[in-house]
Design a protein around this ligand. Structure first.
Ligand SMILES: [Zn+2]
Length: 206
């Protein structure tokens, strides 16, 4: 792309760093911003900058939170002994939207993926194991997407906690294999949490 303006080119280059945004889309977005009042661009820039600078993670579940302890972990109405293992905040939002779950979460921050150079130590698995060692958890619900990486991660954690006396379950899959949690409809996802099955059963099926 040949730009008549270095300023425009820089903006397009930065914008096209985002996932799913090619140079053409970036150019369209940048031109759109140019047509809007300057205040709108300023609001966007400020929101992104503040989010980046001030973002905080819950010290207990590692979900993104504006407070040291997120609302879910701080709530008296949630059962801290039941912990649902998820990949990121999108899964928490999807499960919360079902209104069917009253336990806590543990946000791993990703999935084990040797191809992408992501190992167990890049995730918050140690902190989860620690909570289990401290006897804080009675039931662990695996709710990672049923991709190869999700299965590998579930199995890794399952092996790590084998010696502990806790119940391990997985959400019943009304959702087809490979579907990400965030795309499952609320009713199906809600039902699959309520009707969760022993984790070991899911191993036999695969
Ligand atoms: Zn939390």
């Amino acid at each position: 792309m040949d730009f008549s303006s270095k300023l425009l080119e820089n903006a397009v280059n930065e914008m096209s760093q985002l996932p799913g945004i090619g140079k053409r889309t970036a150019l369209r977005l940048v031109l759109h911003l140019l047509k809007q009042p300057a205040q709108q661009t300023e609001n966007l820039a400020t929101a992104i900058q503040q989010m980046r600078e001030l973002v905080n993670f819950c010290s207990n579940c590692h979900n993104i939170s504006d407070t040291a302890l997120c609302e879910i972990c701080a709530s008296q109405n949630r059962n801290a002994k039941i912990v649902c293992v998820v990949e990121d905040i999108r899964d928490v939002m999807a499960i919360e939207a079902t209104s069917q779950y009253r336990g806590h979460y543990h946000v791993l921050g990703g999935k084990i993926s040797p191809m992408d150079g992501i190992g167990p130590h890049d995730l918050t698995i140690n902190s989860l194991i620690q909570k289990i060692e401290e006897g804080k958890i009675e039931e662990l619900i695996f709710a990672l997407s049923s991709t190869m990486e999700g299965d590998t991660t579930n199995f890794y954690i399952f092996k790590q906690i084998e010696g502990f006396n806790i119940i391990t379950t997985t959400i019943a899959r009304g959702i087809s294999v490979g579907d990400e949690l965030e795309y499952a409809d609320e009713v199906t996802l809600g039902r699959s949490i309520v009707n969760r099955i022993p984790f070991e059963n899911s191993l036999k099926n695969s």
